[in-house]
Design a protein around this ligand. Sequence first.
Ligand code: GUN
Length: 297
Amino acid sequence: MTAQVIDGKAFAAEVRGKVAEHVARLKDEHDLVPGLAVVLVGEDPASQVYVRSKGKMTTEVGMKSVEHKLDVNTSEKDLLALIDQLNNDDSINGILVQLPLPKHLDEDLVINSIDPAKDVDGFHISNVGLLGTGQKSMVPCTPLGCLMMLRHHHGSLSGMNAVVIGRSNIVGKPMAQLLLNDSCTVTIAHSRTKDLPDVVRRADIVVAAVGRPEMVSGDWIKEGATVIDVGINRIETDEGKTKLVGDVDYASCAERAGAITPVPGGVGPMTIACLLANTLTSTCRAHGLEEPEGLTA
Ligand code: GUN
């Protein structure tokens, strides 16, 4: 079997288009403009690239984008004061504090100081608890993007065997929870899992989120399974150049899978699209308006 390629870039553009349409309606009918605030502490180059890209796409869909770039030595007190100010600002519907934070700042404390209703990353402990109990919450963007692609490809996921490789709070655990909420039989595999290839061979859906370049090999994949690759790893080629690869060995997995996401152009573009979708959802909820269809979990 040669896998169908799930085009995350095209799908993300479609999602952003739906968000933009809904944002235009909010403006026309309610004179509302959703606002997203991104807080960056320090000058981590990768984070700067992400933040720039988020700001650009936020304005492209018609939302207000606010960036707060703080010095690397910013105190916890000052950062918490800024978050408090954003929590109380009615023109801001989403707050994202870019991670990782410099070492002297307590990440859990900072994230849990964001108003859960504006926590468009879905990292606040209240949102984690709401998702875990199947209640309405803000859902982390990368797993939400994976879920949207899986639903788009399969329709119902009910009864499917899903294996999530990786147990991070940002991807692995919420991904497993979302799949469980969609009635999959879910296994979370990780670095201590015994006979990982054998576990993965039972999966109808494989989500790889471990951060190890090309770890998942084609002979681990059940014929016809759907493979979602969350990994973004920069590796050196034989010619001394660098290239981006996922956690999945694409060539061998594509020979056996029914469908597969490429890297780049798969999960990556969906993350920012879902951040915009979450900001829209949070705006609608804040004003008691109907939530956008197909853009939430
Ligand atoms: N750093 C890397 N990915 C993310 C993300 O999804 N959200 C935040 N806040 N920081 C990140």
